[in-house]
Design a protein around this ligand. Structure first.
Ligand code: SF4
Ligand code: SF4
Length: 135
């Protein structure tokens, strides 16, 4: 995905907000890319984890409004255990999800899901998905 950077859509928000929600310090990232290499979901993501960390370091959340990266994140912690700077990237992904969910915006709409799909999905997976993807 190309970064649509211009004066209108770049809004610098407080990096402290991401750090506070995640409990991590995104400024420690040195952009080594180990997180992307370790991520089993990277191929499904609009931006790789390394790029999300880069944008987070600059508080550029508006550039990540419509990407799927933090929704696709499986919270597997594969990146977190390998990060040479000790950053729990999974927690940063969770913080990014929370920032969206706190605006009452859902990633999926349960009421829009077809009945056949709901009947086929394992209930535990569905409940876990709703917890993660809806506000
Ligand atoms: S592994 Fe850690 S230091 Fe390397 S790019 Fe990812 S978050 Fe940054
Ligand atoms: S926690 Fe998320 S970002 Fe990190 S490796 Fe797993 S799926 Fe990828």
């Amino acid at each position: 995905m190309t970064l649509p950077i211009n004066a209108q859509n770049v809004s610098i928000v407080s990096i402290e907000k991401i750090n506070k929600l995640s409990g991590e310090n995104v400024k420690l990232c040195m952009q080594c890319g180990t997180c992307t290499a370790a991520c089993p979901m990277a191929e499904e993501m609009d931006f790789f984890p390394r790029k999300v960390m880069h944008l987070s370091q600059f508080g550029m959340l508006s550039l990540m409004n419509d990407i799927n990266t933090y929704w696709k994140c499986a919270s597997c912690h594969s990146c977190s255990v390998r990060c040479p700077r000790g950053i729990d990237i999974a927690k940063v992904m969770e913080a990014l999800r929370q920032l969206v969910l706190r605006t009452s915006k859902n990633y999926i709409e349960p009421s829009q899901m077809p009945a056949e799909q709901i009947s086929e999905l394992p209930q535990i997976a569905m409940v876990a998905g709703f917890r993660k993807l809806t506000s």
